[in-house]
Design a protein around this ligand. Structure first.
Ligand code: PGA
Length: 892
């Protein structure tokens, strides 16, 4: 019997977003297979209960008086404790599968589109080819090429606990994805399809039986391992593919036969094992281990590649004569070690290019094994060897061999060095001040948030990492909550004290992280003071006046709300950029932004294009984390697309026309911005500073329980002060509101701000002409679409503050009203086909999970439960937290 279960919803609303046939087929198939697994292996009647709830939540969407949702709620209340958990697990599996079908469809679309859209129809905002063509028109060929060479995309992986899925579940999803992908192959016959279906069933059954919840939190080194797995499955392959694509486009027919025009423009950074701000589990020894593991992995990869390129390089010396430099290199290699070269000498006679490359691979193996005699000093020495091989091939006429796989190996080394990712250290400014006080007076300093010895040891760890792996393996030190130049000076002082003098201290680039509204406003002044510091001056001299500043999106939004934060960030970036220009500093602005909209998430290219003049200057550095890493880089095709969009937008952001447009718009709409800023902040503070807000927030959202999810190595609170909202990290702040489907961190304050402006004509003009405002409204629209008033009301009712609940709902209505008016729509996301479809298709299923979560929360909030009784509702709650996160496709 076919299981028609869990097919996509066919409501009137969903019908307006036409689902492409292939995607409907995939969702239908996966839903059906899940239905079969639930029937076969769930407890009796499970599928019927899932179906009944699903039908009610779908029907409830079109039921104005809320009767049907109330019935769904009754059904949920009637489930036994075990049944409730089972139903929650079933819906969670459904999301995992629906997300997968959607991703599969994206990949399908990208494949079909690849190479088919003529250049004239490509958008400069998301195609490197079009962006380059546009730039060339504005600044000329030579300057456009120079800019291209300067392009830099620096992605920094963080261990921020935002990926709710366990690794085991993510791996299961990947395997199912591969099976679904294979079904598109037209060569699959009936037998192969039947087998594929059987394998799918096996995998889905496996997923269903895998616990959604981790038993214990991952350790920082588990987090390092997760990141290394992404290196293996994605980064190690797609970056060079991205360069190759770009180069093929730039060179046309000559692609692969001439020196590349595309630079190795990506660099990876990592905070995993380095970021100790509020995470006592990240210690000096973890930092050492994190670097060592990454280095080991990348050296292994380079060795394997060098060997593969070498083995395939079977060019006979009679047909491709080696250059003198190559022969000399071979001579040096022979001299270095006969053992290293003997095998190549015997097995590849008259194949000197091959011999040399195999010896290179041997030296890489030695570098990995820390064999001091044969180790490379660093990546530069390796690149120099590879370039000799390349030049020899060119002079021998083998231009394809020179610029094919060998070039990709060179790109690989340029991108990853011998350390894979630059590990960055981060710590809170208060910790440094406390440590200095402790050093001064160990007895009288009082309790420090982090043991002083540990802080000191961290600097020693950095020094030893630099000695062993090179300065670039770890030289950036970020100071969160920087509030004065002193906060930065403290780090240099501590480094000197730790190593017993400036001459032994590690090379450090201390980077201020500005996070609160006030700190953002003070940023230019703090930077100016910083410039006076001798250590900073010294670094500027050494680096050719390069400098980095980091801006925190989520803490600023937590501080003043999303509207005030967006405007404050723009203003700070504009001023910082102007300050850098005035001081002849090449500045990189490092954007600390995350997946959720309340943390500065949203499409990267749109955000880049809305940046103030000179704030990008061909360099885009950003944090990438948790579910965003898998969403953007998990699949090679999607990763390539993301990288291309970022590169295109970064090039375009520096086009004179973009800079001019943004500057003019900012000038023209300054009064509007000022008004929005003041009103939105007032409104936001009216809520969060209200008497009793913090306990109420803990009552109406699963804030406390979010901290129990074992998804990251760090605690949900920083622990620098007593229990307070201030101490709560921005991620759980966002996570909790999102789970309650209130999501106010993404939109609260906008409605009042727009109401105060009141002029729809002006607002529509701003929407059309001011990229920052457009991005703000579009992001807020997305946030609103993930909000659900009916469900939100139920969460708000868990508290006993009608005034606060009323305030939230009133602002929600106002914000929705204005967003619809400005974008001229009758429904949210009406004009965003793909996104609208995704959100609307999922919503009824998320609703089902939300009702289950509410049931658990009610039990936890309104009844006195002993330890045994608490188990069931808490478990149900944790399962639904995962499920809702999967449904909304982000956490905090
Ligand atoms: P943080 O990150 O709490 O580590 O500063 C916040 C975020 O990424 O949203």
């Amino acid at each position: 019997m076919p299981h028609q279960s869990l097919a996509p919803a066919r409501t009137r609303i969903a019908a307006t977003h036409e689902i492409p046939e292939a995607m409907r087929r995939d969702v239908g198939l996966l839903g059906e297979l899940l239905g079969q697994v639930l029937t076969e292996y769930g407890s009796p009647g499970l599928l019927e209960d899932v179906e009944a709830l699903r039908e009610l939540t779908i029907a409830a969407l079109e039921d104005a008086d809320g009767q049907i949702l109330a019935r769904a709620e009754e059904l949920v209340e009637s489930f036994s404790a075990d049944r409730a958990k089972e139903v929650a697990r079933a819906f969670t599996c459904y999301f995992l599968l629906a997300n997968l079908a959607e991703e599969q469809h994206r990949i399908r679309t990208l494949r079909v589109r690849d190479g088919e859209v003529p250049l004239e129809e490509q958008q400069p905002a998301d195609s490197v080819a079009a962006a380059f063509a546009h730039l060339r028109e504005e600044v000329g060929q030579e300057e456009a090429e120079r800019r291209l060479r300067e392009l830099r995309f620096h992605a920094v992986l963080t261990a921020h606990p935002t990926e709710a899925r366990r690794n085991a579940i993510a791996a299961s999803v990947r395997r199912i994805g591969d099976l679904v992908d294979r079904r598109d192959d037209p060569r699959m016959g009936t037998g192969a399809l039947a087998q594929n279906r059987r394998e799918l069933l096996e995998e889905i059954d496996n997923m269903w039986r895998t616990a959604q919840l981790r038993v214990s939190s991952p350790s920082p080194l588990d987090e390092v391992r997760t990141a290394l797995a992404v290196f293996d499955s994605s980064f190690s392959k797609v970056f060079t593919r991205a360069y190759r694509r770009m180069d093929d486009w730039l060179q046309g027919q000559a692609g692969g036969t001439a020196a590349p025009k595309a630079p190795a423009f990506i660099r990876l950074g990592s905070w995993i094992g380095g970021d100790r701000d509020g995470n006592p589990n990240v210690t000096a020894s973890i930092t050492r281990a994190a670097v060592a593991q990454a280095a080991d992995r990348v050296l292994g990869d380079l060795e394997a590649r060098a060997r593969a390129v070498g083995l395939a390089m079977t060019l006979d010396d009679r047909y491709t004569s080696p250059s003198d430099e190559l022969s000399a290199l071979w001579g040096r290699q022979r001299q270095l070690s006969e053992e290293l070269t003997d095998q190549a000498a015997q097995h590849s006679p008259r194949e000197q290019h091959r011999q040399v490359l195999l010896a290179v691979a041997g030296r890489l193996a030695a570098t990995r094994a820390r064999d001091a005699d044969l180790s490379y000093d660093g990546p530069e020495e390796l690149i120099a060897d590879l370039r000799i091989v390349q030049a020899s091939l060119v002079s021998g006429g083998a231009t394809r061999a020179a610029h094919g796989d060998l070039q990709e190996l060179i790109w690989q080394v340029e991108t990853f060095g011998f350390h894979l990712a630059e590990l960055e250290v981060r710590q809170h400014s208060k910790v440094h001040a406390q440590t200095l006080a402790w050093l001064e007076d160990p007895e009288g300093a009082g309790k420090t948030a982090v043991p002083g010895e540990e802080v000191i040891e961290t600097f020693r760890a950095i020094a030893s990492v630099q000695q062993r792996f090179g300065v670039d393996a770890c030289r950036r030190y970020i100071v969160s909550f920087t509030q004065s130049a002193q906060n930065l000076a403290d780090v240099y002082t501590l480094a000197e004290k730790a190593l017993g003098g400036v001459e032994n201290a590690p090379v450090l680039d201390v980077i201020p992280l500005f996070e609160t509204y006030e700190d953002l406003q003070n940023a230019p002044r703090i930077l100016e003071e910083m410039l006076q510091h001798p250590a900073v001056q010294r670094r500027l001299e050494q680096t050719g006046r390069r400098m980095e500043v980091m801006l925190g999106y989520s803490d600023s939004a937590k501080d003043v709300g999303p509207v005030g934060a967006t405007l404050a960030l723009y203003e700070a970036q504009e001023k910082i950029a102007a300050w850098a220009v005035a001081n002849s500093i090449s500045l990189t602005q490092f954007h600390g932004r995350g997946g959720a909209l309340g943390r500065g998430g949203g499409p990267a290219n749109r955000a880049i294009l809305a940046q103030p003049p000179h704030s990008v200057d061909l360099r885009f550095k950003v944090t990438e984390q948790g579910e965003v890493i898998s969403a953007r880089y998990g699949h090679p095709e999607i990763a390539l697309r993301h990288i291309e969009q970022v590169a295109a937008a970064t090039l375009m952001a520096s086009a004179p026309s973009t800079e001019q447009r943004n500057a003019e718009a900012a000038r023209r709409f300054a009064p509007l911005a000022e008004k929005m800023d003041a009103v939105s902040r007032r409104r936001f503070h009216g809520l969060v500073d209200a008497e009793g807000f913090a306990p109420w927030f803990a009552q109406v959202t699963p804030q406390d329980e979010v901290g129990l999810l074992a998804i990251g190595s760090r605690p949900a609170k920083r622990g620098l002060s007593v229990e307070s909202l201030e101490d709560l990290r921005a991620i759980p702040w966002n996570f909790a509101w999102a789970q309650a489907r209130i999501n106010l961190t993404g939109w609260f304050g906008l409605g009042s701000a727009l109401e105060a402006v009141g002029d729809l004509e002006e607002l529509r003009e701003a929407y059309a002409e001011w990229p920052l405002f457009r991005a703000l409204i579009d992001n807020i629209e997305m946030s609103l679409a993930k909000t659900d008033r009916r469900i939100a009301e139920r969460y708000l009712n868990l508290g006993d503050r009608e005034d606060l609940a009323g305030l939230v709902l009133e602002e929600l209505d106002l914000t929705t009203k204005w967003v619809l008016a400005i974008t001229d729509q009758s429904r949210l996301l009406e004009d965003h086909r793909v996104l609208g479809r995704a959100v609307e298709l999922r919503n009824p299923y998320v609703d089902a999970l939300s009702l289950l979560q509410l049931r658990a929360l009610r039990a936890l909030r309104t009844t006195e439960l002993d330890d045994a009784e608490i188990e069931d509702p808490r478990n149900l709650l944790l399962i639904t937290l995962k499920g809702v996160a999967a449904g909304l496709q982000n956490t905090g």
